[in-house]
Design a protein around this ligand. Sequence first.
Ligand code: ADX
Length: 204
Amino acid sequence: MDRAVESITSSGAVVWLTGMSGAGKSTIARALVHRLQTFALRATTLDGDVLRTGLNSDLGFSEAERTENLRRVAHVAALFCKEGFIAVTATISPEPEHRQNARRIIGSGTFVEVFVDTPLEVCEQRDPKGLYRRARRGEISQFTGVGSPYHAPAHPDLTLHTENSSVERCVDGIIEHLICEGHIRIRPAAGQWREPAYVRAHGR
Ligand code: ADX
């Protein structure tokens, strides 16, 4: 930590990453949580793929099951947030209603909607799990972007373009946003006050 900084604190927030499979949500979520932990902040990842192996293993990908999946993710995130954690969720959450419902459960004061805006062609080219190939062959029904829609947020709090930004740059963008919106507070050491670089660059 910078010696001009006395403390970095947060009273909790939920960073809700939404975007298609292969957009980069899980990678960004892990890198963001790692970075927050280096500031000694409490942070955790809630990854759709991981939660679907346990808490949500009874759910598939119909509209109703996605709604239930995301309702549970939002409630778990809200619990972490109440305990002062920054919870970073990584779920497709393809419908505006899913994100609105999450915002309502979590509370709009602590909910940060981040659109991981990676075009379908790029996600499909990356295809890290080979799922797009399988979906195109008809082996997976209701696959988002192939047999099921993804409706992008109209007014996300933040949009990340992963095709021309590194993971670290995406993490920087989220952290700058969290600071500017007061979800992370930086207290300067006595006599050391100077506007942090990101505030000087981006304003308050
Ligand atoms: S969500 O739509 O309910 O938000 P969630 O993020 O939990 O989905 O899970 C998405 C992950 O499940 C994908 O990254 C992919 O690995 C896997 N998956 C399996 N089947 C599908 C499908 N039909 N549509 C989307 N993702 C699927």
